[in-house]
Design a protein around this ligand. Structure first.
Ligand SMILES: *[C@@H]1O[C@H](CO)[C@@H](O)[C@H](O)[C@H]1NC(C)=O
Ligand SMILES: *[C@@H]1O[C@H](CO)[C@@H](O)[C@H](O)[C@H]1NC(C)=O
Ligand SMILES: *[C@@H]1O[C@H](CO)[C@@H](O)[C@H](O)[C@H]1NC(C)=O
Ligand SMILES: *[C@@H]1O[C@H](CO)[C@@H](O)[C@H](O)[C@H]1NC(C)=O
Ligand SMILES: *[C@@H]1O[C@H](CO)[C@@H](O)[C@H](O)[C@H]1NC(C)=O
Ligand SMILES: *[C@@H]1O[C@H](CO)[C@@H](O)[C@H](O)[C@H]1NC(C)=O
Length: 522
């Protein structure tokens, strides 16, 4: 029985900015226009980890270890279902943990049969296959609580030596997401494409483009963690499979100032104009926290470096149905006042070089310096005045910042540009324009990870990017999220601007991914 009450539209609108906390669970409502909506849940799980993941143990011991996590999953499924959730997402590696070797993870792996010609309910038909105990318990949870379950686990698939990709030990080991429907039927599986130094696992022989259908919200796509930064399968899934909602298990180690989990998850949902249901592992000691339910214009997140506990987020969100709105080339987004806010700047005759209006870029280019941010060598320029217009370039990308500091604080901010192949912990081409707070007042502290700031800055940030895939970052003190007032193309530049703000600025950024330049993908 559903116990949710549907408030009249004006009520929902009123509640848009209100976060209600009940018994430690977040119950949230957002502005809902006409049309369908549904209740989604994500659980940020504090996984109970095997203290010695490289030791070789037997299947029974592995199952006992995993059961401790699965029992927590079960409690959360019950909690979520009680709050009306129709789908719940759990994080990557949440059942078995991480840091295994290929051999040591083996006893943790469930077998997954080929689902193409099979409708299988692991709860009711557990006897059909061996080594499916984890799927069995998950399927029963889904069935008992009448909820769709998206879960990440390790899986194995035997292969023939005639298969040219088959590993020498005769089996594939995959980092897999499974989807169980509200009857407990295993309806989809996705095998992670972009492994993050996970030597225990294989990349699938062919890219999985996995979608699944729900009666309450239509079609979802699915991918895992590091995949979010790459073209395959992520962009293909969204653009060619017309996906507007994504279930996203992750085990993301935060990296400020540009790649904190909640920061990038929101940027992704905003850029593609999709709903993203993101569940991260909760291990603050490893820098892992940050989950959320994101619509293109609102985010409901959890980020907590203090508590060691997991967190359930349950939110009612609208179904996004129309694909034509999900078009990055044409994605002007206005959250606030219309473009007229720009008049403030135009009146002051400040603008971008590329534009025809008469411009006054500050004439002190000698202030440029270099700084390493997230292992990349950024070209930086300090913000020295109460207001101004500065530009920095690197390779073919020029970033322009028009700014006005609302009050003078004793903090150093810089405008930074990077246009090159990122090569540490993964290889991918980044074009980025960023406004960040430095760690201190010394220029050598720019690019450091900081989480607190008090500087309030009105700004317009833009760059003449060579890619249309640009993820807007806007992070404030305490790692809280904010939305730009405006995002979109103006002639050949992609523009973000924001006036005001509730707390100090940590990062404002346009993080572009120029996928064609990734040496691995193209
Ligand atoms: C796993 O390995 C990473 C990198 O080698 C290390 O930083 C981390 O502490 C390890 N985590 C655990 C839980 O052992
Ligand atoms: C499961 O494993 C047992 C013991 O190895 C074997 O006898 C049985 O045939 C297997 N069942 C299936 C369905 O493969
Ligand atoms: C996606 O949408 C386009 C345009 O509406 C349509 O032509 C295409 O067939 C759709 N693709 C899929 C996989 O549904
Ligand atoms: C950053 O790039 C500049 C310009 O190419 C170079 O002079 C500088 O040495 C680089 N810094 C580092 C740490 O590589
Ligand atoms: C960006 O602007 C700079 C300076 O005007 C120019 O040199 C560069 O070619 C431009 N890049 C692109 C991709 O148009
Ligand atoms: C800034 O940092 C550099 C490198 O750590 C150091 O050599 C320099 O003395 C510092 N400057 C000031 C003014 O503290």
């Amino acid at each position: 029985m559903e116990t949710r009450t549907i408030a009249p539209p004006f009520m929902l609108r009123f509640m848009a900015n209100v976060i209600l906390f009940t018994l430690g669970h977040q119950v949230l409502s957002i502005d809902i226009q006409r049309g369908k909506h549904y209740v989604a849940a994500v659980y940020e799980h504090h996984a109970i980890l095997n203290p010695n993941p490289v030791a070789i143990i037997d299947r029974q011991t592995a199952l006992q270890l995993m059961k401790r996590n699965l029992d927590i999953y079960e409690e959360q499924v019950i909690n979520a279902a009680k709050q009306g959730a129709q789908i719940i997402i759990f994080p990557e590696d949440g059942i078995q943990g991480f840091n295994f070797t290929r051999a040591s993870i083996y006893p943790y792996l469930d077998f997954i049969p080929n689902l193409d010609s099979l409708t299988w309910n692991p709860c009711k038909e557990f006897y059909l296959f061996n080594d499916t105990e984890v799927l069995h318990q998950l399927s029963c949870m889904a069935l008992k609580n009448q909820i769709f379950l998206v879960v990440n686990l390790g899986t194995k698939e035997p292969c023939m030596q005639s298969d040219p990709h088959c590993p020498p030990d005769g089996r594939y080991q995959f980092n897999t997401n499974v989807v169980l429907n509200d009857n407990g039927i295993l309806i989809a599986r996705y095998r992670k494409q972009n492994l993050y130094f996970e030597y225990a696992f294989n990349t699938p022989p062919e890219i999985d483009y996995t979608v699944f259908d729900t009666p309450f919200a239509g079609r979802f796509g699915i991918f895992t963690c590091f995949d979010i930064l790459f073209y395959e399968p992520t962009v293909t899934l969204i653009k060619q499979y017309n996906i507007t909602q994504v279930a996203y298990p992750t085990a993301w180690m935060n990296q400020l100032p540009l790649l904190s989990a909640v920061e990038f998850q929101q940027a992704f949902a905003t850029a593609f104009k999709i709903n993203l249901l993101a569940a991260n592992i909760h291990h603050p000691d490893l820098g892992m926290t940050g989950s959320g339910i994101y619509t293109p214009s609102k985010s409901f997140t959890y980020y907590d470096m203090e508590s060691i506990n997991g967190k359930l987020i349950v939110v009612e969100i609208p179904v996004i149905t129309s694909y034509h709105e999900t078009n990055m080339e044409n994605n002007a987004i206005s959250h606030n006042s219309q473009k007229s806010s720009l008049n403030f700047y135009i009146e002051k005759q400040i603008c971008h070089k590329d534009q025809e209006i008469d411009c006054k870029i500050e004439e002190k280019p000698s202030q440029e310096f270099y700084g390493i941010m997230m292992y990349d060598n950024f070209t930086l320029m300090p913000i020295l005045n109460a207001e101004g217009n500065i530009e920095v370039c690197s390779n073919t990308l020029c970033c322009n910042l028009i700014y006005k500091q609302l009050e003078k604080t004793n903090e150093l901010y810089v405008l930074g540009v990077f246009d090159d192949l990122h090569t540490v912990h993964g290889t991918y081409y980044v074009q980025a324009c960023v406004l960040v707070k430095c760690g201190g007042l010394n220029y050598s502290t720019c690019g450091q990870e900081i989480t607190e700031a008090s500087g309030l800055i009105d700004f317009q940030l833009q760059g003449n990017f060579s890619t249309t895939f640009i993820f807007p970052l806007l992070l404030r003190s305490g790692v809280t999220l904010d939305f730009p007032d405006y995002l979109g193309w103006e002639k050949k530049s992609y523009v973000m601007y924001k006036m005001g703000g509730s707390s100090g600025l940590i990062t404002a950024g346009l993080y572009g991914r120029w996928y064609e330049r990734d040496t691995n993908n193209f």
